[in-house]
Write a protein that binds this ligand. Structure first.
Ligand code: KG4
Ligand code: ZN
Length: 372
């Protein structure tokens, strides 16, 4: 049987993305137009600017995805578009264009949950690498907008296509982990987004020099909290005013456009690098421990980690060392598929397409769309 070709469209936050994926596994193209440069000076995503930029980029991005794949849009089998969660105005651009394309080309439209996309980013690549993760799995989605644990299952009836189901195990009570990275980067003048620079700088500090206490959370033991860790950085800076002058120096460097990790490291003392390393250790240890505990408690031997923070090298290393000790296998997408992209939406859309899931012209953005 010919592999189904799915066009994926993603516009939930600050990346306008389109991709063509064959058979839910083979990426023929994946185009991501990032808006980071636009939002950088505000230190976070500005919703109105995001919508306007999606409007400007969506048509060329879809055209480029088709061109790179060498696929005529008339030959795709379905169009998969992110329905939520995300920014309503941003989602609306992708959904509207998806509907227009589906209608004009006479193709089925499939609405996809963005979080489900992140789950499929891992499955998609693991499959193409021939390392097929055994389900059920516990999936940690960890990004600038989300820190959430799901129990992922797949079931197929009478040898039919697998139907995926997701049950929420726990999630953050306050900040998402990526948001904590971004806020700490802002306090320390390390640019935006903060994750990639903190990732690089942390390697040059001593993670044991500044200790962070384990967040105390009542109730669900699988919930996360990162605002305490972020506040601990703030208090540390207040107690150590000698760190202030270098913050101002870095602020001026960033204003001049010198925002590479190397440039910022040259402007950071060991005291700052130690603080960064301690912060990252606290976040990573917390993510790894809670995810593996959730898997162990459920007797699940597969862990999937996805989302922007899944690009973090210390997080990857910690999962790679800790998982085998507990008899668990952990899987990550490549860095390109960790952050928002449309190949993951096409892959998740393919699974929904196979089980007959269809959307129509009434499809609307759902800012808080739950996955389970
Ligand atoms: O998935 P994503 O592109 O967008 C959201 O849905 O939020 O994730 C972006 C987030 C940002 O907070 C960014 O600081 C963080 O992921 N991030 C990282 C790394 N690369 C990106 N955090 C830690 N280490 C990294 N290497
Ligand atoms: Zn995302």
């Amino acid at each position: 049987m010919r592999e189904h070709l799915i066009l994926g469209i993603e516009s939930s936050c600050d990346e306008t993305a389109a991709a063509i994926v064959a058979g839910g596994r083979r990426i023929l193209s994946s185009v991501v137009a990032s808006q980071t440069d636009i939002h950088r000076k505000y230190g976070g995503v500005v919703p109105e600017l995001a919508s306007r930029e999606h409007l400007r980029r969506i048509v060329p991005v879809v055209r480029e995805a088709a061109g790179q794949a060498g696929v005529d849009l008339r030959d795709v089998d379905a169009i998969a578009v992110t329905r939520g969660p995300g920014l309503v105005g941003a989602l609306l651009v992708g959904i509207t264009y998806g509907k227009v394309l589906a209608m004009s080309l006479g193709k089925p439209l499939v609405g996809v949950n963005h979080l489900e996309g992140h789950v499929h980013a891992v499955l998609l690549e693991a499959h193409s690498a021939g390392r097929v993760p055994a389900l059920p799995a516990v999936c940690l989605i960890v990004s600038g907008g989300h820190t959430i644990l799901y129990h992922v299952k797949s079931e197929s009836q009478n040898g039919g296509p697998p139907k995926f189901s997701y049950a929420r195990i726990g999630g953050t009570r306050d900040d998402a982990a990526g948001e904590a990275y971004d806020k700490v980067a802002r306090m320390l003048a390390l640019g935006y987004p903060g994750g990639p620079v903190i990732d690089k700088l942390a390697a040059h500090g001593n993670p044991d020099a500044v200790r962070f206490s384990e967040p105390k959370i009542k109730g669900n033991p699988h919930d996360f909290s990162f605002s305490g860790i972020k506040t601990a950085v703030l208090y540390h800076l207040r107690r150590n005013p000698q760190l202030q002058p270098e913050i101002e120096v870095r602020q001026r460097a960033i204003a001049r456009g010198e925002r590479s990790a190397e440039a910022l490291r040259a402007l950071s003392t060991f005291a700052t690098l130690d603080l960064i390393a301690g912060f990252q250790r606290a976040v990573v240890d917390n993510l790894v421990a809670r995810t593996l505990d959730a898997a162990t408690q459920r007797g699940v031997r597969t862990v999937l980690v996805s989302g922007g923070v899944a690009a973090n090298s210390a997080l990857r290393r910690a999962f790679e060392t800790e998982s085998p000790r507990r008899g668990i296998e952990s899987y990550f997408p490549s860095r390109a598929l960790s952050t928002d992209n449309a190949a993951m939406i096409a892959a998740a859309g393919h699974a929904r397409f196979l089980v007959g899931d269809r959307a129509d012209s009434t499809l609307e953005p759902a800012a808080n769309l739950p996955l389970d």
